[in-house]
Design a protein around this ligand. Structure first.
Ligand code: FE
Length: 252
């Protein structure tokens, strides 16, 4: 039940699971995580995504980005993908409605942008991605059934490979309960929807890169930012900039 996969992997970490068996599109040499790679001292059990950046094809030395998915036993089922589509559609519909009813005449709104769900993927029984809107860009976690939903306005720290991030519990009519972590607000620095979407995709990639984990306690940074974290991030003009954590100055 491998979902459609066009072209090469090209570093799109959100497209494959840790169980994915890959193959070189030039010489068809496979990489199976259960086997590892003897020629480059990669231990069995190493996921393709965890291979070093300079790893290359044992057969022809093609770069890692040239590999294709041969088989992905960890890929989400069609039912999960359908649920993800339905929930992200509701998210976009809900915030598009907010835009038209409350936001569109405000000067802080960037008229070059529209509401779009970017890079959503299954995450711990729910779905995680970035919501781009004309007045904010947030990481959004649509929780699975087993995740306790706290009171709206309550903060919760969620840990990803790159560090810990503070999410606000929120809820909306169409979306239901969700959690959001502010990346940008307002959105005046973005010149186009395409640019905003590119930054959103990059942020999703950086979120899962362990190389971004600071030596220091990331939670301390979050505590320092807490003063600025004033209110539910879906509200205008209150979301602080958290861009440094994973956006690395992109979009500036
Ligand atoms: Fe090869």
């Amino acid at each position: 039940m491998t979902p459609g996969f066009e072209g090469s992997f090209l570093g799109a970490a959100d497209k494959i699971s840790s169980l994915a068996i890959m193959e070189c599109k030039i010489c068809w040499t496979p990489y199976d995580p259960a086997m590892g790679d003897d020629t480059r001292q990669v231990m069995p059990g190493t996921a393709f995504l965890d291979l070093p950046d300079d790893w290359s094809c044992p057969g022809c030395s093609a770069p890692r980005a040239q590999f294709l998915v041969r088989e992905d036993p960890g890929a989400p089922s069609a039912a999960v993908m359908a649920e993800m589509e339905a929930r992200t559609k509701a998210l976009v519909a809900d915030f598009t409605e907010v835009f038209h009813s409350r936001m569109r005449d405000l000067p802080m709104v960037n008229q070059a942008l529209h509401v779009q769900a970017v890079g959503f993927q299954p995450y711990e029984g729910g779905f995680l991605g970035v919501l781009v809107a004309p007045w904010f860009m947030n990481l959004v976690l649509l929780p699975g059934p087993e995740r306790a939903v706290l009171k709206v306005g309550t903060k919760e720290t969620v840990t990803f490979p790159s560090g810990a991030y503070e999410f606000m519990h929120a809820a909306r009519e169409m979306v239901g309960p969700y959690m959001a972590c502010a990346l940008f607000s307002p959105m005046g620095d973005f010149t186009s929807q395409l640019q905003a979407v590119e930054v959103a995709r990059a942020a999703m990639g950086e979120l899962f890169r362990v190389e971004n984990r600071a030596e220091t306690d990331r939670a301390a940074d979050i505590r320092a930012l807490r003063e600025a974290e004033l209110a539910p991030v879906a509200e205008p003009d209150l979301a602080p900039s958290r861009r440094k954590l994973i956006t690395g100055g992109l979009g500036e």
